[in-house]
Write a protein that binds this ligand. Structure first.
Ligand SMILES: [Zn+2]
Length: 158
């Protein structure tokens, strides 16, 4: 399970203030956002160095982020379960040695999975190179740490 990793100084406070802005009603944030800090030409690292101990994120905001990350992880695990054991069949033109003219790459696998309503990114498919031969192959899909599946690719002669 991944957990929300943050370099923020988290505190059980109602809001945090930007140390580079003037004190005001609008200088109240759930967290000091890097985009806001960029407006001061600063990074979070700068803030923590210049204002040691300054609270830069509220506990409520951190809990919210952890919750949404957990939800995302749960969705990936569900998707991994749906992917597990899926068979993808491809009918390809081959030469007389059974060699494909093209090849089955992760892009082909992504679109074949998409047709089954399974949304996977190309870089989540663990494939060293495209398949150039007819046959059956097991392909590992890694959606995230702890959310993995293995599918079967069947390449037939057209
Ligand atoms: Zn500011």
């Amino acid at each position: 399970m991944s957990i929300y990793k943050s370099k923020h100084n988290v505190g059980d406070v109602e809001f945090v203030e930007c140390p580079y802005c003037e004190k005001s009603e609008t200088n109240r944030f759930k967290m000091l956002h890097h985009k806001h800090l960029a407006g001061h030409n600063k990074t979070l690292e700068d803030v923590l160095k210049e204002f040691p101990g300054l609270i830069t994120m509220t506990l409520a905001e951190k809990n919210k982020k952890i919750k949404s990350e957990q939800k995302h992880q749960e969705e990936l695990i569900k998707l991994a379960h749906r992917l597990q054991g899926v068979n993808l069949e491809f009918n390809e033109k081959v030469d007389n040695k059974g060699q494909l003219f093209g090849g089955i790459s992760s892009a082909h696998i992504v679109s074949a999975l998409a047709q089954k309503g399974l949304k996977v990114e190309k870089n989540q498919i663990i494939l060293e190179r495209a398949y150039k031969q007819i046959g059956k192959y097991l392909v590992k899909i890694k959606l995230a740490q702890g959310a993995e599946a293995e599918i079967k690719i069947i390449i037939n002669k057209k």
